[in-house]
Unconditional design. Structure first.
Length: 615
């Protein structure tokens, strides 16, 4: 999964295990009725296959692959009932948050339950305290439904590989955007069929007033669907930028991409209400679910979408094509994690940056600055922790707290391997070539054993790559990144970058009075140039900026809006000081900070550098 503002996401393509002792071809039939919403819940009915055992267990996932947290989606389930063909209730024992054991199961005809949503229970707390919004569910009667199917539909342990037929009744005004094919042509009912449970949970659906665009890129159909509660954005408004980006991605990947249809579901959250707070995306083989704050400017939204969606799209390479047995045979309620997050997330994140310089969407300096920022962030985490150990144990502490490093050090690991391969092959090959060879060796239907991957990579590349993996990925030796940049003629430098007006690092310049909701400039804190140039003082109450009133209710709007401020533009700020209102007029003076970066300085290695970045 991809972190965009605070939180991140990913989902894997899964292949289920064989049903135990069962030869049943009829699909498991699921009915969901979105027309009837009670207490923010909808009802699900599952017609069960013929059961040949006295007891059977029905499960809702505990963990969704890629979120790397135990979210216990079963906690969203209420009033679980098991019913025989005569309408009689069977005895049900709740084994844990996510499992229900049904007795006298040979008589079982159907089960019913009500599903709560997760968006309106989010508190926006520390990572892992909420269900990640793109992996969550939303139920807003008559307006929108986020159907991440793992939150609505479960499985019987012995029947994961049976086909599923899901029928969804919905208001005629709402349209279901998904990569699945609707087999019911009516305006009020949809019918979807998947070959197994694992395929079902890889196909999210967004029900909302129709707002979508479609376009084609070299044989791939792209669907962009948007839900904007205050109608601030439309699918049409972001489609040109998405077309440019996804065309560049497909060009970069070349023959890697065999997907025929890809859907981007964008849910824009109204942060001034009780709405989703986990911003980022969850990836699937043919879809990405994205949650972003609606308060963003169009430029900010497009920039976030470019980074987030590109990351999710590149999961086509790994783990969707190249993955371990832990992923292929994923256990939703007792997961065993793979050692290779450095590849699944790290290499994916590296590609999401590399393709932009490769396809001339960003400058060379931009690319170096991005990598420098990742080095800074990686150095703030545990740089001596084995990445393979962290990955295999990511669901528990202290490893869980290091998960975010997959997007920083993980991407840098991918970069270093890329540079090693480029150097040893005289620029002819890189890490994309390696991933293609791994795809040819394994692929969607053939998983690798975790312990064999490093040896296979070494066989397909060079001994130096194997040594790097052993030392810096399995081992805990920190990477000296300057050594790898030097191989392509790039050396360290410093740059001046604009900082956030209201926050420096993790330290805010402002606080809020919870009783009055007023925004206060924190007393006693040294202020940056923005405040001093306008004459704003510690303890002042900030009430308006450019005639827009601000308080606790829309403070996020103010902070996000400041991200698009331009040095030297006119600004008017109204404050209260000692009970008096004061209007301050002036020019925006952004607080600039010195940051480490990199610059190409060795012309003798320009050919290798160009092969690395442009070929």
């Amino acid at each position: 999964m991809k972190n965009c503002i605070c939180i991140l996401a990913l989902a894997f393509s899964l292949l289920g295990s064989n049903a135990v002792g069962q030869k049943i071809t009829n699909p498991i039939q699921v009915n969901i009725d979105l027309n009837i919403v009670k207490d923010d819940k909808v009802k699900v009915t599952v017609a069960t296959p013929k059961i040949k055992t006295d007891k059977i267990v029905y499960c809702i996932p505990k963990t969704v692959p890629g979120t790397y947290s135990e979210d216990n989606y079963g906690k969203l389930i209420d009033d679980f009932q098991a019913i025989d063909s005569k309408g009689n209730l069977l005895i049900v024992a709740k084994l844990d948050d996510n499992s229900w054991e049904i007795s006298n199961a040979k008589k079982l005809s159907k089960i019913t339950y009500w599903v709560n949503d997760s968006y309106d229970t989010e508190k926006g707390g520390e990572f892992g305290s909420d269900i990640f919004s793109p992996a969550g569910t939303n139920i807003e009667e008559g307006k929108n439904f986020i159907i991440n199917t793992h939150g609505f539909v479960g499985y019987f342990n012995d029947f994961k590989t049976l086909p599923y037929q899901v029928k969804i009744a919905h208001p005629a005004a709402l349209w279901g955007a998904t990569s699945m094919t609707d087999l019911d042509k009516s305006d009020t009912k949809d019918s979807f069929t998947t070959s197994r449970y694992a395929e079902l949970v890889e196909n999210p659906i967004l029900y909302a007033k129709p707002d979508y665009t479609t376009f084609n890129i070299n044989g791939m159909e792209i669907l962009i669907a948007v839900y904007s509660p205050n109608n601030l954005f439309t699918a049409e408004s972001i489609t040109p930028d998405m077309t440019t980006m996804m065309t560049a991605q497909k060009t970069f990947l070349g023959k890697f991409n065999s997907t025929k249809k890809y859907t981007v579901l964008l849910y824009l959250s109204d942060v001034n209400k009780n709405d989703a707070k986990g911003f980022g995306a969850l990836e699937h083989p043919t879809a990405t679910t994205v949650v972003m704050p609606e308060m963003m400017s169009k430029a900010q939204l497009v920039e976030q979408m470019k980074d987030v969606v590109s990351h999710e799209f590149f999961h086509i390479v790994t783990p969707l094509t190249v993955h371990s047995k832990e992923i292929q045979d994923f256990d939703y309620n007792n997961p065993k994690m793979s050692q290779h997050l450095w590849m699944y997330e790290g290499v994916t994140e590296y590609f999401a940056n590399l393709f932009q310089i490769n396809q001339a969407l960003i400058s060379e300096a931009d690319f170096y600055n991005r990598m420098a920022a990742k080095i800074e962030q990686a150095n703030s985490m545990n740089d001596t922790m084995s990445f393979t150990n962290m990955s295999a144990n990511v669901l528990v502490e202290p490893y869980k707290a290091q998960y975010l490093n997959v997007y920083n050090k993980g991407a840098l690991i991918g970069m270093c391997i890329d540079i090693i391969i480029r150097e040893k092959s005289n620029g002819e090959r890189g890490i994309l070539d390696l991933m293609q060879k791994l795809a040819n060796t394994y692929g969607e239907q053939k998983a690798f054993d975790d312990h064999e991957l490093f040896a296979k990579i070494t066989e397909l590349t060079y001994p130096e790559v194997g040594t790097f993996l052993k030392t810096h990925v399995a081992g805990g030796t920190p990477i000296t990144y300057a050594d790898y940049f030097a191989k392509v003629g790039v050396t360290t430098s410093t740059i001046q970058v604009p900082g956030n007006v209201f926050i420096k690092g993790q330290t805010p310049y402002i606080t809020v009075n919870p009783e009055t909701k007023e925004i206060i400039i924190i007393p006693g804190m040294p202020l940056n140039d923005f405040y001093t140039s306008l004459g704003i003082k510690n303890g002042d109450i900030l009430t308006e900026i450019n005639e827009q009133k601000y308080n606790l209710d829309n403070i996020y709007d103010m902070i996000m809006g400041s991200q698009s401020w331009v040095e030297g533009e006119d600004i008017t700020v109204k404050i209260k000081r000692d009970g008096n209102e004061i209007i301050l007029n002036g020019k925006i003076k952004l607080p600039f900070e010195e940051k480490a970066s990199f610059t190409a300085t060795d012309a003798s290695k320009d050919k290798l550098k160009q092969a690395w970045l442009k070929e």
